[in-house]
Write a protein that binds this ligand. Structure first.
Ligand code: CA2
Length: 155
């Protein structure tokens, strides 16, 4: 059985289209491939990672709430378009009070002005943007190094 602290990687709306549209903005890697790489990286660091994408705000809120019953220790989240609109997702993250790192593939600060505001950044442990899929890797490594308590190996 897989062991180690459990993280959830959450993706917001339209990120299921990665690699199929707008590669000049979001790159050519698919979400499936980003998830697979992230799971492998987490395993190599002794962590467990589960991935979830939804185009629906309520489903993401439900998922965040479920973390409390699932021994989740934190989130890596790209809220996508909800970054700039969702008080509901912000409230859900505040309610569960687990650490999270906010990731954006693109540099939201050099795009349209409305993308510069995030409902999440002031509550996030860290924010990564503009690094493409490398942002997810950085977030997982940051969790491993700075946010998770070391576990004693089982005998
Ligand atoms: O840069 C990011 O990761 C974003 O969170 C992506 C969101 C955007 O609304 C944020 O401002 C920044 C959009 C995700 C849309 O994903 C697509 C993927 C492929 C093709 C079209 C859209």
């Amino acid at each position: 059985m897989a062991t180690g602290p459990l993280l959830w990687l959450l993706h917001g709306p339209n990120l299921n289209m990665l690699g199929q549209r707008e590669p000049e903005v979001y790159g050519s890697q698919t979400l499936e491939s980003i998830n697979a790489q992230s799971v492998l990286l987490a395993q190599s660091l002794g962590l467990r990672l589960e991935c979830f994408q939804s185009n629906h705000e309520g489903e993401l809120v439900d998922r965040i709430q479920q973390a409390l019953n699932q021994n989740v220790e934190g989130f890596v989240i790209n809220p996508a378009g909800f970054t700039h609109t969702s008080v509901a997702l912000r409230d859900a993250l505040a309610a569960v009070a687990l650490p999270f790192v906010e990731v954006h593939l693109s540099n939201i600060h050099r795009r349209e002005p409305f993308r510069s505001h995030s409902y999440f950044s002031d509550k996030a442990e860290a924010v990564v943007c503009g690094m493409g899929p490398l942002g997810y890797e950085s977030a997982i490594r940051f969790f491993h190094k700075h946010l998770l308590k070391p576990t004693t190996p089982s005998r």
